[in-house]
Design a protein around this ligand. Sequence first.
Ligand code: NAD
Length: 286
Amino acid sequence: MGQTIDGKAVAAVVRAEVRERVVRLAARGVVPGLAAVLVGDDPASLVYVGNKEKACEQVGIRSLRHRLPASTSETELVALVRRLGHDADVHGILVQLPLPAPLRAQVVIEALAPEKDVDGLHPVNQGRLLAGLPGLRPCTPLGVLRLLDTTGVALAGARAVVVGRSVLVGKPVAFLLLERHATVTLCHSRTADLAGEVGRADVVIAATGQPALVRGEWIRPGAVVIDVGINRGADGRLCGDVEFEPACARAASITPVPGGVGPMTVAMLLANTVTAAEQAAAARAA
Ligand code: NAD
């Protein structure tokens, strides 16, 4: 039986590290600030932004909410994002997605100052990841890597299979694994033999949004499995992309859903905000 990776516990460690870094910044007169831009009144988005603000408060990050009506024009939204980009008290900008139609997320993302793009979605940050240069990385993929590190798995030379190629999760996870010298296979909906690909992997990352797509019997005995999926199962309960019980019986370590990757995403957002504040302070001092 594999070990269950406790995402809540690892997230608590990350938050404690962030709190220490906030204290060190305070000694230099800097209070990290995260601006959360919320357009419209999608109930799920309201909850997500509320959770992020609460998490900021707990570690000493100042959060500033910008709540705009769903009727906001793209020009107004872009102008706000640009203004925040020039505000010295704001170190991170978070635009809660999805945006109400007809606002285009990509246009707004491209208006972000790359050094404040704490979601790591701006093409500059994506390009820096591709090029192996330092930059702000997307939060969920960072959380995945942090969880892998807690298992002690040696990533250099390991066969890693990432299932899902989204810009938000799959692709950046693949590049972060490559940066750590894993041999990476990126699978998706047109992959010919998913069972065969997963079956060869030492490390499996599932990020598809398809409940129990990755069958337990596919998992190579001793593999490490990270399940990013958050789905509502037929019984109404939350479940991941991996068939948990049979996968757990074969894996060395596996994340549960909920309680695995989920708590890491907000923790890494806090870490990215503090990183952005540290870099801004260093740039000012230089
Ligand atoms: P997405 O819909 O943008 O991408 C899904 C990917 O899965 C696509 O690349 C697609 O090719 C692949 N896919 C779909 N069906 C497949 C199949 N049958 N076989 C192989 N690949 C298949 O989704 P996303 O934004 O990457 O999110 C994926 C999941 O992760 C969702 O459940 C989402 O809710 C969850 N998620 C969780 C967190 C978190 O904090 N834990 C963060 C982001 C996303």
